[in-house]
Design a binder for this molecule. Structure first.
Ligand code: FBP
Length: 272
């Protein structure tokens, strides 16, 4: 499918890697995520900064794409995510991401890729699998790549594997994502290069992107983590808090780009 291939290239450079900015936290975690640097609660302000710094793509929910999509310049990929949940739900309902938009909305907003989450192993896995299948089927018909946020999550995962970041379950999620038709996979760090390489193998050639996670106090620590992901054969990272919770995201993004696209040593990249 030529459309899918062409649109994938909006995110991935010739080296097959991408650095993507995630901006759905106001919905998923609440605006408190922006309190440290409140100016970044304004999507236009932070998106202008990340685009200026040379980011490859931006991921948003449909409403923010409507508000700030114009800031995502034509050389930057726009990923519109169609599922989410608020942090306001009762604890028992946190294991479901609901669909809050449609493929047509994303297409009208000028999306280059469409994203949806599946919490593999959740009691609501069935609902998310169906949502993903419907989104992927329609998006693929129209020539749009689909990104799966493949997150193992739920009581059974904890019981059986101890934590959701155990590589055995992360690679299971990545494999399930590949087998369910994802064109890109976003998932957790498994703690080591060796185990993350297994996740990459299990994905059977579908590019695997790191899900950034909570901000590290020392910026170099996050650069090191991304470096390990690249060394493990990962295709890059989708990063939210580690960018917008920093006072000065631009030099940090430039350092991340050096690590992702030039395999630069994290300490050196941080100094440059
Ligand atoms: P971060 O880099 O801030 O972790 O962002 C990636 C992301 O998947 C966001 O898209 C999402 O809002 C957040 O993480 C969800 O994190 P969690 O499910 O751990 O609360």
């Amino acid at each position: 499918n030529v459309g899918i291939k062409r649109r994938m290239r909006r995110f991935f450079r010739r080296d097959g890697r991408a650095l993507i900015f995630a901006m759905d936290h106001g919905f998923e975690h609440g605006p408190t995520d922006f309190e440290e640097h409140w100016e970044h609660v304004n999507p236009k302000v932070i998106i202008r900064k990340v685009v200026r710094a040379g980011i490859d793509g931006v991921m948003m929910l449909p409403g923010l794409a409507r508000i700030a999509g114009d800031e995502v310049k034509p050389n930057v990929g726009l990923m519109v995510k169609l599922t989410s949940k608020t942090n306001l739900r009762p604890k028992g309902d946190q294991l479901l991401q609901s669909q809050l938009g449609f493929v047509e909305d994303a297409v009208k907003l000028g999306a280059d890729a469409i994203a949806a989450t599946v919490y593999w192993g959740s009691p609501a896995e069935d609902v998310m699998m169906r949502q993903f299948a419907e989104i992927a089927s329609y998006a693929h018909d129209l020539g749009f790549p689909v990104v799966q946020f493949a997150y193992p999550r739920g009581p059974y995962i904890n019981e059986r594997y101890g934590k959701k970041e155990d590589y055995r379950v992360v690679m299971y999620g990545a494999r399930a994502a590949a087998e369910s038709g994802a064109d890109m996979i976003k998932t957790y760090w498994t703690g080591s290069r060796e185990t993350f390489a297994k996740v990459v193998d299990a994905a059977a050639g579908v590019p695997v992107l790191l899900s950034g996670g909570a901000k590290t106090d020392n910026p170099v620590d996050f650069l090191k983590l991304v470096w390990e992901v690249i060394e493990a054969g990962g295709a890059g990272a989708v990063v939210g808090r580690n960018i917008f919770q920093r006072e000065n995201p631009e030099p940090f993004i430039k350092a991340l780009i050096r690590v992702v696209h030039r395999n630069e040593d994290p300490e050196e990249a941080a100094k440059a």
